[in-house]
Design a protein around this ligand. Sequence first.
Ligand code: 26Q
Length: 815
Amino acid sequence: AAQDHEPSPALDATEFVRVFTNELQYTRGVTLPQASNQDKYIALVRTVLRPLIDRWQATQARQAEQNGKTVAYLSAEYLLGPQTGNALLSTGLEDTAREALSTLDIDLDELIAHEIEPGLGNGGLGRLAACFIDSLATKDISAIGYGIRYNYGIFRQTFVNGHQVEQPDTWMSHGTPWEITHPELAQPIGFAGRVEDTINSAGQPARKWVPGWYVQAVPCNYLVPGYGTDTVNTLRLWSARAADEFNLHIFNSGDFENAVRARTYAENISNVLYPEDSTPQGKELRLQQQYFFVAASIRDLVARTLERGVSYADLPQHITFQLNDTHPVVGIPELMRLLVDDHELEWDDAWSITREIFNYTCHTLLPEALEVWPVDLFGRLLPRHLEIIYRINEEFLNEVRLNTGNELLVRQMSIIQEQPFRAVRMAHLATVGSRRVNGVAALHSQLLKDNVLKDFSAYWPDKFTNVTNGVTPRRFVRLSNPELSDLLNDAIGTGWVRDLSQLSQLEPLADDSGFLEQFALVKAHNKSRIAAVLAARDGIELPSDAIYDVMVKRLHEYKRQSLKLLHVVSLYARVLAGTLNAEDIEPRVVVFGAKAAPGYRMAKETIALINAVAARINNAPELQGRLKIAFPANYNVTLAEKLIPAADLSEQISLAGKEASGTGNMKFALNGALTVGTLDGANVEIHELVGDENFFLFGMTEPDAESLAQAGYVPSKFYEKDADLKLAIDLIASGAFSNGDRSAFESIVSDWLWHDRFMALADFRSYLDIQTKVEEKYRDKAAWNRSAVLNVARTGFFSSDRSIQDYLDRIWMEK
Ligand code: 26Q
């Protein structure tokens, strides 16, 4: 039955050749001998798009007819990654395309590699949105993703003398054949201006927003194909175009040249993705982005639903808006404004509809990552929305006062903070205006209830739930690890691609030495593949027979890349000091991939330090080539797909209680890497599922870390007490990695000794000890491979298909 779901190609090789050459001729205007790689790539995409567009149109017709509930995922980020392979997979056209193109002497893989990935997200949150829309389509759910079509996605990272330098991401410079744009369907989005008293059509006093300027939101559609199903959903990203009215309002006619020039102000809105992913800057343009895409999205879906004859009161039966963090929360007052001001509903009716429609997913625990908007800025840009928020807050706080009589609680729960400046607390607005609030891993959801949103969870215990994150097995196993996929298909059939829980059928094969050897061959193959990729891409030379120890994620202090680095430096320092023989080091390649927010100084210095250490140890004769650091620049989805399948060890070493979930951790485990990790985020659930023997657990627990912080953490005590730690830090401080310049990494060294907010030094000993266990286990190949296979067999839970089912059961379809 599983075989039934294998996509069957809509074209054979002969037809493929015909359509492809036709596209070359009539959309590119070239003959085959004239065609560039860009021409061929576009012709390939347009050929593959045809059957997808047929399915897409059928999906829209079917969903309109069914008239059920549509899930609208609102996210400022979608970190899609390359599209071509996924489209070939879902159309079942990969083999056909390869065969067809080879008859024209074209290498399919070369064309696939030609694509520049749409990097319209920062990291975990944006990639999660991309996995979720994949799963929604695969599960045949009527869904639409809404977001922003940035002209420039996440910056391209380069290293200059080991320091990060950002380059603009020009992913659109040659256009993209994946996008279907409709400028004629643009809708005007207002900003600023004033609010007036007015009389509504029933003769009642009302408020009316008169915006000061407008921008047009142009829908750009992307197809989101399910796997093994006919469903092709839509990802609708909005692009900003200057409205004609724009100039009339701001400039007098007459100054034509300046009026035209001023159009770029409006078009700026969708120009660039903000690269901060943890300490949001309260930039006005960012708030413009948020309102721009949310207002366009809500109007789009509400209008289409009302057109189908649905009444206002019934909107919650037909629409659910899922808020991906607080970035789209301005949607709550926007829907209120739409219902009350534009559609003239009573406030109370509008409010009960709104609170039924929105749900909020929180992705953080760090207080500095919680979004707040100064009320003066907010009120200037969105004056009517601020009024609405004030009224929501007033009524909410009156209710809290009535129910609890606790004035302190009233202040704590207020949507408006007074100190250190008056601002809208977006997480409070989201919680008050949503029916359900969820965290992204079991521990995270618990900590949300205990800390960040504790007053709210005490007040509304049933509002809070958990949905543990997941990743799409299509992209992160089937596409990225074809050799493992073949092995799985032979062992348990092909059903796992749509039902990842079937991986549990592998369990008995963990004791089959023949299977373990085949598994080891796949891993070895993937290591050679990544070694070749890194040699060609970055000029990095690596042995392929070593432990591949991989830490890839955004650079942040709480994630503790510096702890990984201290481990490496400590091995080197001990070899130099003569307390460790290089021959006793199990050969190891430590791979880092990480972008730092451009304004995050400590993160950027950490990058420079990793590169400096790499430059030294990679050529240190004392180490006999047994320890290497590879830090390829510009880690992105394309590289992740090559790197993760090659990993033996997955580094998930955040301070317990700081990483909401993590999703890289899941991708690694599913590809048979063993995790070295703390009890943080979804690591807790991975550890629980794979079993302690198959996971390298270390470090403080969240309560441990909390007590240490309460007791007064003094990192220098750990430095004084631990000779290996001291040796490592002293080596860095001595200038060994900076040509004797002791000042180069001075701020990192003094941060370790005097602040160390995320307690890397406190976990150092435990981390070193567990890494010794890693080496011991790796020497026992059979034991290692057994654990690796058990990681695959026991982590099917982390499919984003399962996450989506949880959203359906606990949030979207919950009664
Ligand atoms: C907000 C306002 C202004 C500018 C930028 C931002 C902003 C942008 C991106 C704030 C946060 C982000 C991204 C957060 C993020 O990626 N969080 C991660 O989400 C993952 C998916 O749930 C989790 O697995 C990670 O643990 C969490 O860190």
